[in-house]
Write a protein that binds this ligand. Structure first.
Ligand code: UT7
Length: 315
C-alpha cells in the first residue's frame, strides 16, 4: 500500500508542566529533563470520537479521495467512553461511512498493527482504500493524583489513508507478554453470581522496565526490519519513533548512531498520546512539507502488552 493522505486533531486545552505543579507535587524542572515534555493537549469538553472524525476528514481531504471511496476502516484505540460499539463504528456514523470497520487495541504500537491488517486486507484483494484513525485519551486513564503517570500523557487523534501502491516495504510485530508492566483495571457490572474481587485501578506503570523494553525492542525491530528488506541506515530518511519520552528517543538514536536530524519529534508539546502519537507526528511532518517522493520512513513504536512494532514506508 501507499500513504496518500494524513490528518490530525487535538483538544484545544493545553496543560503546561507549571499548571500541573499548581495541584501536584511536581515541577517543570523534574518533568522536562526526564521526559522532554513541556505541555500536552488534554480533552476537556471534546468527545474523542469527534477528534477521530476530524482527523479522518482531514486525511481523506488530503488524499484527494472522497469518503465513499474508503472501503475499509480500522480504528486504533485503548480507551473511550464506549465499551460497545467499537469506536470505529461511532466514528463511522459521524463520517457517514458504511464500509466494514474494526477496532484494534494494541496500545502505543496500534498504528503499525493497524497498518499490518490494512496491508493484508489489501493483498487479499478485499480492500483498496483503507482509512486508519488512531484516537486516544490516555489522560482519562491515569490518576491525576499520581505524578509518576499523569504528567506523561496527552490526548489526540491521527489518521492516514492508504491506497494502492508498493510503498509499504515491511512490517515487524513483536509481543513480550507482561501485563503487569502497564495496566489499568475497570470493575464490571456485578451479577448475583460474581464471587471474585474486582476493582477500578487507574493506569499503573513500571516506568523503568518499560523504558528498557522500549529502547531494546525499538533498536532490535528497526535493525532486523532494515536487514529483512535489504536496506541500511544510510537509506533511511526519517525515523518516526513513538513519542513516549525524549530520553527513549535519544537512547534509540545513540544506539543506532544516527543524526538528530533524522528523528522528528513533537513530544515537547504533545506528551505521549499512545497510538495517536505516530500518525500525529506523520501528519505534522507531512503538512510542513518535510517528505519528498522516495523518502524512506521507518516507524517504531512500543508500549503496553508489552508490544512493539516497526514498519518501513517509502513516501
Ligand atoms: O508508551 C510507553 C509508555 N511508557 C513510557 O514511556 C515510560 C518509560 N519510562 C520513563 O519514561 C521513566 O521511567 C519515567 C519518566 C516514567 C520516570 O523516570 P525515572 O527516572 O524512572 O523515575 P522513577 O519512577 O524511578 O522515580 C524517581 C523519583 C521518585 O522519587 P523517590 O522515590 O526517589 O523519592 C518518584 O517519586 O522521582 C519521583 N517522581 C517525580 N517527582 C516529581 C516520579 N514522578 C515525578 C514527578 N515529579 N512527576
Amino acid at each position: 500500500m501507499k500513504i496518500i493522505g494524513t490528518g490530525s486533531a487535538l483538544p484545544k486545552k493545553v496543560v503546561t508542566n507549571d499548571m500541573i505543579s499548581e495541584f501536584l507535587d511536581t515541577s517543570d524542572a523534574w518533568i522536562f529533563p526526564r521526559t522532554g515534555i513541556r505541555s500536552r493537549h488534554v480533552i476537556s469538553d471534546e468527545k474523542l470520537e469527534d477528534l477521530g472524525a476530524e482527523a479522518a476528514e482531514k486525511a481523506i481531504e488530503n488524499s484527494g479521495l472522497v469518503k465513499s471511496d474508503i472501503d475499509y476502516f480500522i480504528c486504533s484505540n485503548v480507551v473511550s467512553e464506549y465499551i460497545t460499539p467499537g469506536l470505529s463504528c461511532v466514528i463511522s456514523e459521524k463520517l457517514g461511512l458504511t464500509c466494514p470497520c474494526i477496532d484494534v487495541n494494541c496500545a502505543c504500537p496500534g498504528f503499525i498493527y493497524a497498518m499490518d491488517i490494512a496491508e493484508n486486507r489489501y493483498l487479499a484483494g478485499k480492500a483498496r482504500n483503507i482509512l486508519i484513525v488512531c484516537a486516544e485519551e490516555p489522560t482519562r486513564m491515569s490518576s491525576w493524583e499520581d505524578r509518576s503517570t499523569c504528567v506523561l500523557f496527552g490526548d489526540g487523534a491521527g489518521a492516514a489513508v492508504f491506497s494502492e501502491g508498493n510503498n509499504l516495504k515491511g512490517i515487524r510485530l513483536n509481543s513480550n507478554p507482561a501485563p503487569d508492566k502497564i495496566y489499568q483495571y475497570r470493575k464490571l457490572v456485578d451479577t448475583p453470581f460474581i464471587k471474585k474481587e474486582e476493582q477500578d485501578v487507574p493506569l499503573q506503570m513500571k516506568g523503568r522496565d518499560v523504558f528498557k523494553f522500549a529502547v531494546t525492542a525499538s533498536n532490535r525491530d528497526i535493525l532486523a526490519l532494515l536487514e529483512e528488506n535489504n536496506l541500511t541506515k544510510n537509506d533511511v530518511s526519517y525515523y518516526m519513533i513513538h513519542q513516549a519520552n525524549a530520553r527513549i528517543i535519544d537512547a534509540i538514536r545513540d544506539y543506532l548512531e544516527e543524526p538528530e536530524s533524522k528523528f522528528p519529534t513533537n513530544i515537547s508539546d504533545h506528551g505521549n498520546s499512545s497510538s495517536a502519537s505516530c500518525p500525529i507526528l506523520l501528519d505534522e511532518c507531512n503538512r510542513k512539507g518535510m517528505f519528498k517522493s522516495g523518502d524512506i520512513l521507518v516507524f517504531s513504536a512500543f508500549g503496553a502488552g508489552l508490544l512493539s512494532a516497526a514498519a518501513i514506508i517509502e513516501w
